[in-house]
Design a protein around this ligand. Structure first.
Ligand SMILES: *Cc1c(COP(=O)(O)O)cnc(C)c1O
Length: 492
């Protein structure tokens, strides 16, 4: 790191005057290197792994405490307000789940013996069972670390299944054009050609187009239900029959399971394989890339191909009380491991805690409120909602406004914006999912923000946001050439 420059001091002062909320990085505050006490000859480490001087900002405790507190105040989070990011299901995460995950007994080293980790294995066993019953699936793996990773597992399982049946010629996966981008990426990674399926006028799967797309080359159809417009695919039983008739598998993208909890099950609709985005449906802090977990459920015929290990009751568990009750095992034709050890373990602990706390009634209540909240919010906003009736989320259109500008302007009203510009069937899409946790008062506040923005002119929208610490940022540069380490302004 370089010396603090005059230019930089002036820059900081200007920002402070202009905006009392600005908080410089620690390195921008004071680059005096701190003297580290002690004699490095004491170190048991090799010389090339030790250093004599370490540049640390020399700050007092109050300066440090204020720095981090101020940074935390610059962030918009689910703990500070509503977060209606459609498809992502950003629900408030109950704190008791954190307490459970923080129990010392929850953090067992994954290399310990089965005998000494029976509690861990029991939790996994019971979670496999919960998820299987919620999704209507016969067998579940907890390994994949995200929904997208779950999709990858599901598609690898489909590849293994078709190969096993001598049907390796199947090379196509059909995906509705409104699907999440990960579905297309998953099919391509699995080595399949993607056949894109248009929607009908009502925003659902077009059965005639499906009929035309299906063939002896169909490996699978990937679908989410309700779909990304929040619409229930009413013809799902017929769709399943059509796909099965040509020997294809039906894959369920579980990201929208929040709408169905306790009411309908993908397995009963005819799906053969599905992933659960447990961080969405069952709540775990997510965003910014994780952490999450994407367990995969399958019907019996696909169970032998699941990743290893899974957990089962040990054969001799009942005959001998001294023997362990639960054991890890490799499914017979497993596609192998897709993650270290047991997957994103603490996320699974939180999932288990959430399901166990809510129970059947709580989960059923969650889906009812998720749907009610979406319908109430949609009825209160001035933007048009072209497709319906919808479930836990809806896609409004920003009309003549640019959806990205609408999103930025909503930040000025102290709420997080919806997902924008996707799915593309709705022009300038505002994909909105309030989730079951918000009260009527919060939904009214959200609606007020939508409606204030709906009434504004382009000039205001194009310069938004005005009230956030970071203003109109250059998102393209931020994504394409991110600055991952601090640089003095002089170095640029
Ligand atoms: C979020 C999402 C995914 C991907 O899940 P991750 O857990 O983010 O990897 C897939 N499909 C849909 C519809 C989603 O909303």
């Amino acid at each position: 790191m370089s010396e603090r420059t005059d230019q930089q001091v002036r820059y900081d002062q200007a920002r402070y005057v202009e905006d009392g909320h600005y908080e410089p990085l620690l390195a921008e505050k004071d680059l005096t290197s701190a003297e580290i006490d002690g004699d490095d000859t004491d170190s048991p480490l090799p010389d090339d792994l030790t250093r004599d001087d370490l540049e640390l900002p020399a700050l007092s405790e109050p300066e440090l405490a204020r720095h981090y507190t101020r940074l935390s105040q610059m962030i918009y989070a689910i703990d500070t307000g509503p977060y209606p990011l459609g498809s992502c299901t950003m629900k408030y995460n109950p704190k008791f789940m954190e307490d459970v995950a923080a129990l010392p007994t929850a953090a067992v080293h994954p290399d310990r013996s089965e005998r000494s980790t029976q509690g861990t294995l029991e939790l996994m066993y019971r979670l496999q069972d919960y998820l299987g019953r919620i999704g209507g699936m016969d067998a579940v793996t907890l390994q994949p670390p995200a929904g997208a990773a779950g999709e990858f597992v599901g598609i690898r399982v489909a590849v293994a299944y078709h190969e096993h049946n001598g049907e390796s010629h199947r090379n196509e996966v059909i995906i509705p054009e409104s699907a999440h981008g990960t579905n297309f990426a998953t099919a391509a990674l699995g080595g399949y050609d993607v056949v894109s399926l248009p929607s009908d006028d009502g925003g659902r799967v077009d059965l005639e187009a499906l009929e035309a797309a299906l063939s002896e080359n169909t490996a699978a159809l990937m679908l989410t239900n309700p779909n990304t417009l929040g619409l229930f695919e009413r013809d799902i039983a017929e769709i399943a029959e059509m796909v099965h008739d040509v020997g294809g598998l039906l894959y369920y993208d579980g990201a929208n399971l929040n709408a169905l909890l306790g009411r309908a099950r993908p397995g009963d609709m005819g799906f053969d394989v599905m992933h659960y985005n447990v961080h969405k449906t069952f709540a775990t802090p997510h965003g910014g890339g994780g952490p999450g977990a994407g367990p995969v459920g399958v019907v019996d015929e696909l169970a032998p191909f699941l990743p290893s290990p899974r957990v089962r009751e040990a054969d001799d568990a009942e005959s001998d009380a001294d023997e362990p009750t639960y054991e890890l095992f490799d499914p017979e034709q497993t596609i192998g491991k897709v993650h270290g050890f047991q997957g994103n373990w603490l996320v699974l602990v939180k999932t288990f805690a959430y399901i166990a706390r809510l129970g059947d009634e709580g989960l059923t209540d969650a889906s009812a409120k998720a749907v009610l909240n979406a319908n109430y919010l949609a009825s209160q906003i001035d933007y048009e909602v072209p497709y319906g009736p919808f479930h836990h989320e809806f896609v409004a259109s920003a009309g003549d406004q640019d959806a990205a500008d609408v999103a930025k302007r909503m930040l000025d009203f102290g709420v997080h914006p919806p997902t924008t510009k996707w799915p593309e069937i709705v022009p300038e899409a505002l994909m909105t999912e309030p989730t079951e946790v918000e009260s009527k008062a919060t939904l009214d506040r959200l609606a007020a923000a939508f409606n204030a923005v709906a009434a504004e002119d382009d000039e205001t929208l194009e310069s938004a946001p005005e009230r956030t610490t970071a203003r109109r940022i250059d998102q393209t540069s931020a994504a394409r050439s991110p600055r991952l380490a601090w640089q003095a302004l002089d170095d640029e």
